[in-house]
Ligand binder design. Structure first.
Ligand code: ZN
Ligand code: ZN
Length: 124
């Protein structure tokens, strides 16, 4: 396959059905939708694609790594497997922030008294 053909390769998101180009800014290999952040459960080893369950993978959390990089934790709706995938440069920032804030908007205990002025927040 020529470089140009690969660039034009598209697929449709398993969740929101938007067309997605396979080339992602900042990653070699696009593995989730930049609009809704959903993924699809396929094996990344070449030749193994048919063995995977192909179900939709729901974005459930954002993981931070030691070097300040973010990864989206996906859970497969079909088999329950969890996977962390690096974010891409064109992932929807509001969707990412929504994913991070979701537990706070539905906290199982009151969070009105968070120490927002504590030493954790540096003064400018
Ligand atoms: Zn999508
Ligand atoms: Zn699965």
């Amino acid at each position: 396959m020529s470089r140009k053909q690969r660039k034009n390769k598209q697929f449709y998101c398993i969740h929101c059905r938007q067309p997605i180009s396979a080339d992602a800014y900042g990653t070699k290999h696009r593995n989730h939708c930049p609009f809704c952040l959903w993924s699809k459960h396929v094996d990344e080893l070449p030749g193994d694609r048919n063995c995977a369950c192909q179900s939709a993978m729901r974005p459930i959390a954002v993981e931070t790594r030691g070097d300040g990089e973010w990864a989206i934790v996906h859970r497969c709706e079909g088999c329950g497997e969890m996977k962390a995938n690096r974010i891409a440069g064109d992932d929807d920032e509001l969707q990412l922030l929504g994913l991070i804030l979701r537990p706070l908007t539905a906290a199982p205990f009151p969070i009105d008294h968070l120490p927002m002025r504590g030493p954790m927040i540096p003064y400018k």
